[in-house]
Design a binder for this molecule. Structure first.
Ligand SMILES: NC(=O)c1ccc[n+]([C@@H]2O[C@H](COP(=O)([O-])OP(=O)(O)OC[C@H]3O[C@@H](n4cnc5c(N)ncnc54)[C@H](OP(=O)(O)O)[C@@H]3O)[C@@H](O)[C@H]2O)c1
Length: 175
């Protein structure tokens, strides 16, 4: 997920201009097109909430033919063959339906389903990219998750445009 420094993943008015930055950080890196392509190619499946899905339709579909699972309790439909809709138990979705088929499952967001996946111990990693901006209002990545979660910092990458990517592994609790 991409976040502002004050923890927002979307603005109240839906404006996405803040997702691109004109900042310049000399020591940061820039990914080549090949590197971005390889990263995207490694994703086997996307999972997202219906609001994130509707935003993606509005902005221009970025997921190509990769399988996309949209969580919704509404009766939504799509003419894209790679889009399926799911309602209900997230543990069953991940462990029974997705894990046997896919290795790299990417939770696109938004905030609502991200929190549920962390709470239910269904996420392995969190990658959060902080843009050099304070938005002041909008949808918070973590408003109130209601439980403590220990993390292991796996990697930090700083980008030329001032974005800082933090990659955490979720330290699984012993049952
Ligand atoms: N900055 C980023 O990296 C980033 C990434 C992703 C999204 N976003 C932004 O975040 C915003 C959306 O986030 P959000 O938190 O408001 O919404 P969201 O998580 O995208 O979607 C919430 C919806 O998902 C459905 N849902 C959630 N859990 C479900 C379950 N267990 N079973 C069935 N349906 C379930 C419900 O849909 P129904 O109401 O249809 O039943 C719920 O209203 C958008 O503006 C998007 O652009 C930002």
């Amino acid at each position: 997920m991409v976040s502002s420094l004050d923890g927002f993943i979307s603005k109240k008015d839906g404006n996405v201009n803040w997702l691109t930055s004109t900042d310049h950080y000399e020591k940061g890196i820039t990914l080549s097109e090949e590197e971005v392509e390889a990263f995207i190619k490694a994703i086997d499946c996307y999972v997202m909430g219906s609001r994130t899905y509707e935003k993606a339709l509005e902005l221009g579909w970025p997921y190509g033919e990769v399988p996309v699972i949209v969580l919704t309790n509404r009766d939504l439909s799509s003419n894209r063959e790679n889009v399926t809709f799911y309602a209900g138990d997230l543990d069953e979705l991940v462990n029974d339906q997705l894990k046997p088929k896919y290795r790299n499952i990417w939770m696109v967001g938004g905030a609502m389903i991200t929190k549920d996946f962390i709470r239910l111990n269904l996420a392995d990693d969190i990658i959060i990219s902080i843009m050099p901006v304070i938005l002041g209002e909008g949808t918070l990545f973590f408003d109130y998750i209601g439980q403590e979660q220990t993390l292991h910092l796996k990697d930090v990458t700083t980008y030329r445009d001032g974005m800082v990517e933090l990659w955490y592994e979720i330290v699984k609790k012993e049952n």
